[in-house]
Design a protein around this ligand. Structure first.
Ligand SMILES: C[S@@+](CC[C@H](N)C(=O)[O-])C[C@H]1O[C@@H](n2cnc3c(N)ncnc32)[C@H](O)[C@@H]1O
Length: 248
């Protein structure tokens, strides 16, 4: 069983691949989609859930997504057809950093995919290139809620605390107009949804050749979460507008 297969099972009951509940996603999209006919781009769209929700709530909007995963492409295509929004959705199968578009976007999203660009600020630099005048960026990334253990840094990467993260973003020329810090409940619900789904799949498919691998992956990942990063990991989403440059 490869990573993508595990990921598909892990997210079966949590289609947003980040620690956010439905109300938080709705609130973030309401602040991000500023016009009824907005053009929306998602860099690293996963199952396409952010785009599908934006298209469903704004019936005149159009959306595009970029992801390197074939599994993501197939899943998002299928979900778009079943929700009847496929005519307004274009999916690109490629590295997000290489994506070029003939037109700009009113909202550029990238949640849980900053590793595709090498971090938060490079993600914002990429988003800026795709942004229409007056457009918004909705970005989601980790921060350290508490001092991380060396294992947590090794496993998840190097982040800063919340205030420092905001300082870096604002110094880069962005003004936050909305934000959401994932709650303890959202963080825990996400991990339980992922590793509980994988464990349940293994128990429901005892004769599948991948069953024992899935069960041990679920146990390992649950233990890594509880022992290595549950106390230090935080997740932040920001809706950003570009800060006007001061006139001389
Ligand atoms: C944690 S998932 C987040 C998906 C989605 N944004 C969400 O919140 O549901 C990260 C996604 O980034 C994609 N990804 C990773 N590296 C990428 C790259 N270089 N270019 C495009 N997509 C990439 C992965 O395939 C995966 O679908």
């Amino acid at each position: 069983m490869n990573r993508e297969q595990i990921s598909r099972i892990a997210h079966a009951n949590h289609p947003i691949k980040a620690p956010l509940d439905d109300d938080s996603v709705r609130g973030l999209l309401e602040h991000g989609v500023s016009e009824p006919d907005a053009r929306v781009l998602d860099l690293g769209y996963g199952g396409g859930e952010w785009l599908l929700r934006a298209l469903s709530t704004s019936p005149r909007s159009r959306a595009e997504g970029v992801d390197i995963s074939e599994e993501a492409l197939a899943q998002a295509r299928e979900a778009a057809s079943s929700r009847g929004v496929q005519e307004r959705l274009v999916l690109h199968h490629q590295a997000a950093a290489d994506f070029v578009s003939p037109h700009p976007f009113d909202l550029v999203l990238s949640v849980g995919a900053t590793h595709a660009f090498g971090g938060l600020l490079p993600t914002l630099a990429a988003a800026r290139k795709h942004l229409a005048p007056g457009g918004r960026v909705l970005v989601g990334d980790a921060f350290w809620e508490r001092e991380p253990s060396p294992e947590a840094v090794e496993m998840l990467g190097d982040y800063t605390d919340l205030a420092t993260t905001l300082d870096r973003v604002t110094a880069d020329g962005w003004t936050p107009v909305h934000g959401h810090v994932s709650t303890r409940r959202e963080l825990d619900d996400y991990e339980w949804a992922c590793w509980g789904s994988v464990a349940a799949w293994a128990l429901d498919h005892p004769d599948d050749p991948d069953s024992s691998q899935a069960l041990s992956t679920a146990a390992t990942r649950r233990s890594e979460w509880l022992r290595s990063y549950r106390d230090s990991f935080g997740f932040l989403c920001l809706v950003l507008r570009q800060t006007p440059t001061a006139r001389a």
